[in-house]
Design a protein around this ligand. Structure first.
Ligand SMILES: [Zn+2]
Length: 204
């Protein structure tokens, strides 16, 4: 069966980038690389999804209300905005998660589009079976999204040059990558994807 691909960009939001409320070191460094992935996907007319953390002001996800995290990505704030240099093509499907004040949501598979349709249903209805995943952070939302994708039997490519981790413990990202690969994810880089596409015969 031919692979039908889609790109998932996880939570590249101001609060997760340097200067934000929950900054991932070098989180913004992946933006120009993601832009290049998006150009490839857009040219091929392969779907692009971008997820965002989209929390209410009061959430058990936050320290202030008993959760693990400082406040971040509160709906309609600048911190919740996607990084301004991220060049999302207009056909990008925006997914939101974390709206339930009683739940932590890390995975894009807990996210819904503007009409409330879940990510899994969106992928299934367009016959997508291969998911390319980049974004923030390697050791949390990228990891959860990838492990869920594998659970749902998608072929997953982990975009090694377009992820960054929080690393509360210094080896967290490394361990997360190991776990994703053990689960079946394959590592990929922009160079490998460009090379692969160049070598494919036209018409396929
Ligand atoms: Zn969050």
């Amino acid at each position: 069966m031919e692979e039908k691909k889609a790109l998932l960009i996880v939570d590249v939001q101001n609060d997760f980038c340097p200067g934000g409320a929950l900054a991932v070191p070098e989180g913004d460094k992946i933006v120009p690389i993601l832009n290049k992935y998006m150009m490839i996907f857009s040219k091929k007319k392969w779907p692009i999804f971008a997820s965002r953390d989209w929390h209410p002001k009061e959430s058990k996800h936050f320290k202030k209300f008993g959760g693990p995290w400082p406040e971040h990505c509160i709906q309609n704030t600048k911190g919740a905005g996607l990084h301004p240099d991220l060049r999302l093509p207009k056909e990008t499907i925006l997914l939101s998660k974390g709206m339930d004040p009683d739940k932590d949501s890390y995975s894009a598979f807990q996210a819904v589009d503007a009409k409330g349709t879940g990510f899994f249903e969106l992928l299934k209805s367009s016959g997508i079976n291969g998911l390319f995943v980049g974004g923030l952070a390697t050791d949390y939302c990228v990891k959860s999204s990838v492990l869920d994708a594998l659970k749902h039997v998608f072929k997953v490519k982990l975009l090694m040059d377009a992820i960054r981790g929080v690393n509360i413990n210094p080896e967290d990202s490394e361990q997360a990558i190991e776990e994703m690969v053990r689960g079946g994810a394959e590592k990929m880089t922009l160079q490998e994807l460009s090379q692969y596409e160049k070598n494919r015969k036209p018409g396929r």
